[in-house]
Design a protein around this ligand. Structure first.
Ligand code: NI
Length: 179
């Protein structure tokens, strides 16, 4: 279990480095990301969200738990609009437009090439997590009015300025929407 970094932490705005060594340390990172994501609970978690600037994320969508390293995405032209949240911006969700489908090429923690194809929630998750690896947050993807509302809500959030959320509800109301 690792602490999830919150909006305002500079690591969330850094561009993560590609993984070069597919070693035991990487497998520990993937395990820790998975455990932390499931405990939150969340639908996805990227390494920068636990303070590690590497191109690694995990996902938990429709009962499938997995991970991807050094992702490269191809997006469909067709889009979807839906509620999106982020474990680094706890308790807040906003309508966010994303590509409907994605083909994500990358590697497993053992260094084997892998391709993940997804639509709807899985596609949204993969786009959200890959954004994290580039220092991009979902609030950056909102239309201008929604983004203004989101920034106001973040400023007023009780966790703003804290290093980690003090209170966790169970069951967590964000389940299925927090990435
Ligand atoms: Ni997120």
């Amino acid at each position: 279990m690792r602490d999830i970094r919150l909006f305002g932490d500079p690591v969330l705005r850094s561009v993560a480095s590609p993984v070069v060594d597919f070693d035991k340390q990487l497998r520990t990172l993937v395990q820790d990301l998975t455990d932390t994501m499931l405990e939150a609970p969340g639908s996805g978690l990227a390494a920068p969200q636990v303070g590690v600037a590497l191109r690694v994320f995990t996902y938990n969508v429709d009962g499938v738990v997995g991970h991807l390293i050094n992702p490269e995405l191809t997006l469909t032209d067709e889009t979807q609009i839906g509620d999106e949240g982020c474990l680094s911006i706890p308790g807040l969700t906003f309508d966010c437009t994303r590509a409907l489908g994605v083909v994500a090429k990358g590697f497993t923690m053992y260094g084997d090439p892998v391709v993940i194809e997804g639509t709807e929630t899985l596609a949204r998750c993969i786009q959200h997590e890959t954004d994290h690896l580039d220092g991009v947050l979902f609030v950056d993807r909102l239309d201008p009015d929604t983004r203004k509302a989101a920034m106001k809500a973040i400023r007023e959030a009780d966790w703003n300025g804290l290093s980690a959320p003090l209170v966790k509800e169970s069951p967590h109301p964000m389940f299925g929407r927090g990435f």
